[in-house]
Design a protein around this ligand. Sequence first.
Ligand SMILES: [Zn+2]
Length: 355
Amino acid sequence: MKIHNEFIGGNIKVVKREGNDVYLENELRDTEWDWFYWAFCVEGAKGQTLTFHFQPIRLGYWGPAISHDLKSWRWLGGRDGDSFTYTFGEDEDKVYFAHDMLYHPDRFFAFAKEKGLTTEKFCISRKGRSLPCVKLGQGARSVIVAARHHACEATGNYVLEGFLDEYLKAPLADTKILCVPFVDYDGVIEGDQGKARTPHDHNRDYDVNIPSIYPSCAAIRKYADENGCNYAFDFHSPGHFGAVNDNESIVRNSFEKEKRFDAIGKLFEAEMTERSFKYYRKNDFPFMFDWNIPSANFGAYMAKRSENEIAFSLETPYFGSEDNKVSQENIVEVGRCFCRAFKRYVSEYEGKLPI
Ligand SMILES: [Zn+2]
């Protein structure tokens, strides 16, 4: 039997095995805080029943996400404190377990291809990878959408996919979109936490007075300088779980644009569908509350540009709550609902809500 992290997004350390009990830890790598992301593969355990033990705060409400192909994920259930037990079937050669429902870059590439979008090289990452982007449309209105400023935050990619899927049904006139789906591409591939990297993470690489240290952030800033940025949406996942981390929320990054946050929040609520993970405007993350204080983040950086109408992070939980439980499908649908809200904002409010 082999327990390993040798796949895209893999992250695990096997501490010890005692009989059918396996003790695991996640790999923090260069993250300076305690964080919770992990993903591992078990091969060659046919017919065995194993119990996997973690440190505290590593398992979600419904145990691990489980997959046999890194594409389709479901909640296993059966969490017992900080451990879970799994009986491998006689035909189960390879099983993946993860903190949450991973989003493999190949899913994005397949989606783009299916929609007739060209995936281009945006820049070369620090570790030499060709970091992808997609560009849509032409025109004066410039929109930037992004995900994975924090490498482990897969839910943002599902939302981004839904956003593009909806947008393509009826693109806005006179509008161009830059989409950077994996801002911390090295971290996504290698299974890093990405959050709170040393010396700072990708979403803290937007200090107007200091050049970016990550090529993708530098390239996003250069793009905004050359093309402007009227709207920017950055799709994130929040903390592990509990309280605000269970809610879909817009991170309001200033008081001066409160009317605009209210407007897009109301439209987002109005565009919710039955099959969407639910968003409620009352759950928006207020400015100057808890961790939401001014910082050199992407949303705030773009929001401060003189031409910018509105820019923010949208947080999509890893798990949700019993009556609003995350699935791959319902968080893609969140992106569709959000896109309709954005398009309505453009037609109903753009330039009409003074700060
Ligand atoms: Zn984040």
